[in-house]
Design a protein around this ligand. Structure first.
Ligand code: ZN
Length: 170
């Protein structure tokens, strides 16, 4: 297993749509093992393959429910309900937290490492992490979930940070 560098805002791989996994082979098993180790090392509650530069539909998460690290291959959200404002951050946008509104409940389906159909669902952290990680696999960062005015300011700060500039405001 290996701890891999996490790609951050501005890296084009984070904007890519991902390819479905057609064969759960040794390469996929190694990818998942590395992703779990990288997630815990960060530390984070979830990690999508794009965050380590791999454009495949794989994510791992630990929703702090006592079940440890879970794997979702070819995952997709199949049901959402309600609405919840939640303080949300991302390992690919380090140092930033925003209040983000998303559905409170989410249900996701996909495959486990053995290729069996699996389903995860919940509110709170589980609902949040499923939506956040599957967003990543569609090339969507949490910034896109912000209100337009907040998003504009956030993007300005992030671009300035990437360029090494200080934001003096307007
Ligand atoms: Zn993230």
């Amino acid at each position: 297993m290996a701890i891999l560098p996490i790609r951050t805002f501005g890296d084009p791989v984070l904007r890519m749509n991902t390819a479905l996994v057609t064969d759960i082979d040794d390469g996929v098993r190694k990818l998942v093992a590395d992703m779990i180790e990288t997630m815990y090392d960060a530390p984070g509650v979830g990690l999508a393959a794009t965050q380590i530069g791999v454009s495949r539909r794989v994510c791992v998460f630990d929703a702090n429910d006592g079940n440890g690290a879970q794997v979702l291959i070819n995952g997709r959200i199949v049901e959402t309900d309600g609405e919840l404002v939640y303080d949300e951050g991302c390992l690919s946008v380090p140092g930033y937290w925003w209040e983000i509104t998303r559905p409170e409940f989410a249900r996701a389906r996909g495959l486990d490492l053995e290729g069996n159909e699996v389903e995860y669902s919940g509110t709170g952290l589980m609902g949040r992490v499923l939506q956040h990680e599957l967003d990543h696999l569609d090339g969507t960062l949490l910034i896109e979930r912000l209100e337009p005015a907040v998003r504009k300011q956030a993007l300005r700060e992030l671009r300035n940070q990437a360029l090494g500039l200080v934001d003096l405001g307007e």
